[in-house]
Write a protein that binds this ligand. Structure first.
Ligand code: CA
Length: 239
């Protein structure tokens, strides 16, 4: 497998989108941000381009002519682990759990700000690079948070906070996936596995405790945000 160095090489984005206004805005905006942009206007075109080119990331609109974005995503996943960000329109009925299950890495809802989209793209690329590394990171740093994995210590603004075992595992999982929605099922499975007993509130209790430790305003969290009905996300940008 060839490894790409995103800092030295231009990142190529496949934009699958059927609305001309979005196509124009994305082409201009993403090119300005230093990305190479390829456009597909429907699902079939997307799969044809995908089969013959190598892309670093795919931005995939859900409502497309001929073929749905979900089918395009499934089809790409059958042959590739390329990061896929799903784009849905406001008010569209979206089964986010299903979307993540079929292999989407993240999603954004229209209308979105270009800045947010670019942050999401960079986040999935960073995550992919990190996952490509053979050795596990011994230390994770993000914003004002730092986790020393081997020593099992965690610092907020340089000050150590005391975490219990499951809290540490939960925060680590969130930090290892910045910007990504982690479903309740995934969090529970990865942190507790078969240890998870009792009611479904256990996860929320742990999240609440983490927020009191790392958030400026635990009741108004900007780090660990709730994705209603789906799970939680560690935010990559504060705004
Ligand atoms: Ca569309």
């Amino acid at each position: 497998m060839t490894k790409k160095h995103h800092s030295e090489q231009r990142v190529s984005v496949l934009v699958v989108e059927d609305e001309e206004s979005f196509i124009d805005a994305l082409t201009i905006g993403l090119t300005r941000e230093g990305f190479d942009v390829a456009i597909a206007r429907d699902g079939q075109q997307a799969l044809a381009l995908f089969a013959n080119n190598e892309f670093d990331v795919v931005l995939l609109d859900l409502m497309l002519p001929k073929m749905s974005g979900l089918d395009v995503c499934r089809s790409m996943r059958a042959t590739s682990s390329v990061p896929i960000i799903i784009v849905s329109a406001k008010g569209e009925e979206v089964d986010m759990v299903l979307m993540l299950e079929i292999g989407a890495d993240d999603y954004v809802t229209k209308p979105y700000r270009l800045r947010e989209l670019v942050a999401r793209i960079r986040a999935v690329l960073r995550r992919r690079e990190r996952n490509d590394q053979v050795e596990a990171d011994e230390e994770i740093s993000l914003g004002n948070l730092r986790m020393d994995i081997d020593a099992r210590r965690c610092f907020v603004n340089g000050e150590e906070i005391k975490l219990r075992k499951k809290e540490f595992a939960l925060l680590r999982l969130l930090l290892e996936n910045p910007g990504r929605v982690l479903t309740r099922e995934v969090l529970i499975d990865r942190v507790w596995g078969s240890d998870y007993v009792g009611d479904t509130k256990t996860l929320d209790v742990h999240i609440k405790r983490l927020r009191t430790l790392i958030e400026d305003e635990p009741k108004n969290p900007t780090h660990i945000t709730t994705v209603r009905g789906v799970g939680y996300r560690f935010e990559v940008t504060k705004s």
